[in-house]
Design a protein around this ligand. Structure first.
Ligand code: GLY
Length: 337
C-alpha cells in the first residue's frame, strides 16, 4: 500500500511537471500584445570599431526602441510608434536619414521615405525632398491627407507647403563626417572594382515595423539613399513593396543596396512567400535574404500579426533592435550576433 502511495505521488509530480512545461511552451508561442523592430542600416560595420563609437550606436538604438515601445505598451498606435521612432533616428546624425544623410553626386542631400498601414492597405511615400526635417512625417501626411500615394521632388515640396511638417534650410542635413566620406568616394570612384569589398557607399537607411494592441501592422523607412547617387535617382525605400510594405499578415522594412532590393520587389516578396506558402516569418525571411538576394546586398526587419520578429542581413552588419510585450529586448549590430 505504502509503495502504491509513493508511486502515485511520483506520477502526480511527473504529470504536473509536464503541465508546467506545456504551459510555458504555450506562453512562449502565444501571440504578443505588441511588438516592434527597428534598423539603422545594414552594411559592414568594422569589427575593430572603437568601443566609444559602438556604444554611441547601441545607445541610440536603445533610445529609439524605448520611444516606440512606450507608445505601444501604453496602447498607442503602430503608426505613431513607427513615425516617432523613425523621427528620432532621422534627427540623429549617426544614421543615413534626415540629418546625417549621405550626399548625392552633386553634393546635396535628397531624402526618400515611405510608410504603410497594413490594416488599411494604405501608404504614403515621398522622394527627393530637400527641406523637410522629418521625411517620414511627410510620408504619413501623404497617406492621411492626400488622395495620392507617392509625391516626387518639387511636387513633394509643394505638398509639404500645404501641411504642418517642419521645414529646414537644406544645410541642416549636412554633416561633416558624411561630407568627407563623399569627397573620399568621389576621389576613389575610378579605382573601385566590381565585387570590391568596399560596399559601404551603397548602404545606410533607417526603418521601423510595429504591431499594436489593436492588431495593426505598420512599416516605415527613411533614407538619404546611396552616397554619390546621380540626379533624380530613386531607391527602394519609397517604392511600396520594395523597401517598405505592410498588410494584415506582416510588416517589412529594408536596408541595403536599393537597386537590388527594388529588382526583387523584396518586402512584398517576403509577404507573398509567407501568405502563399503558408510559411513562418523566419522561413520567409530566410528565403528572401539567402535565396532571392545575393550575399552582401541587403538586410530586413519584419514583424508578423502574432508579434513574431525577424531581423536578418546578408551583409556583415545591421544596426537593429527589437522589443515585445513579453519583455524580450534585443540590441545588436553584427550579422552573427
Ligand atoms: N536602401 C536605400 C537606398 O538604396 O536608397
Amino acid at each position: 500500500m505504502k509503495r502504491f502511495y509513493i508511486l502515485s505521488i511520483i506520477l502526480l509530480v511527473i504529470l504536473s511537471l509536464g503541465f508546467v512545461t506545456t504551459d510555458t511552451e504555450e506562453a512562449t508561442n502565444a501571440p504578443k500584445e505588441w511588438a516592434i523592430a527597428l534598423h539603422g542600416g545594414a552594411g559592414n560595420y568594422p569589427v575593430d570599431a572603437s568601443e566609444e563609437r559602438t556604444k554611441q550606436y547601441e545607445e541610440a538604438l536603445a533610445e529609439a526602441l524605448s520611444i516606440g515601445s512606450k507608445i505601444l505598451e501604453e496602447g498607442g498606435s503602430a503608426l505613431d510608434a513607427v513615425e516617432q521612432t523613425i523621427n528620432y533616428l532621422e534627427n540623429n546624425e549617426l544614421f543615413n536619414a534626415g540629418r546625417g544623410a549621405v550626399f548625392t553626386s552633386e553634393g546635396k542631400n535628397e531624402l526618400d521615405a515611405a510608410i504603410m498601414d497594413g490594416s488599411q492597405m494604405n501608404a504614403g511615400a515621398i522622394t527627393g525632398v530637400t527641406t523637410v526635417k522629418n521625411p517620414i512625417s511627410l510620408a504619413r501626411k501623404v497617406m492621411e491627407e492626400s488622395t495620392h500615394v507617392f509625391f516626387a521632388a518639387e511636387g513633394a515640396e509643394e505638398f509639404a507647403d500645404q501641411t504642418t511638417v517642419e521645414r529646414v534650410d537644406p544645410e541642416y542635413f549636412k554633416v561633416e563626417r558624411r561630407y568627407e566620406a563623399w569627397k573620399r568616394r568621389n576621389a576613389g570612384e575610378g579605382m573601385l572594382l566590381e565585387g570590391s569589398e568596399d560596399n559601404s557607399w551603397k548602404f545606410g537607411t533607417v526603418g521601423c515595423v510595429a504591431l499594436d494592441k489593436d492588431g495593426n501592422l505598420v512599416a516605415g523607412t527613411s533614407t538619404g539613399g546611396m552616397t554619390n547617387k546621380k540626379f533624380g535617382r530613386v531607391g527602394d525605400v519609397p517604392i511600396i513593396g520594395s523597401g517598405t510594405y505592410a498588410d494584415d499578415l506582416v510588416a517589412v522594412s529594408a536596408t541595403g543596396w536599393g537597386e537590388k532590393i527594388m529588382l526583387n520587389v523584396s518586402a512584398h516578396t517576403l509577404a507573398s512567400y509567407m501568405r502563399f506558402k503558408e510559411a513562418t516569418l523566419d522561413e520567409s525571411m530566410d528565403y528572401l535574404v539567402n535565396d532571392v538576394l545575393n550575399p552582401k546586398e541587403a538586410g530586413f526587419i519584419a514583424v508578423d500579426k502574432d508579434g513574431n520578429i525577424s531581423m536578418e542581413t546578408n551583409t556583415g552588419s545591421m544596426f537593429r533592435a527589437s522589443a515585445d510585450s513579453d519583455g524580450n529586448e534585443v540590441v545588436a549590430i553584427y550579422a552573427d550576433e
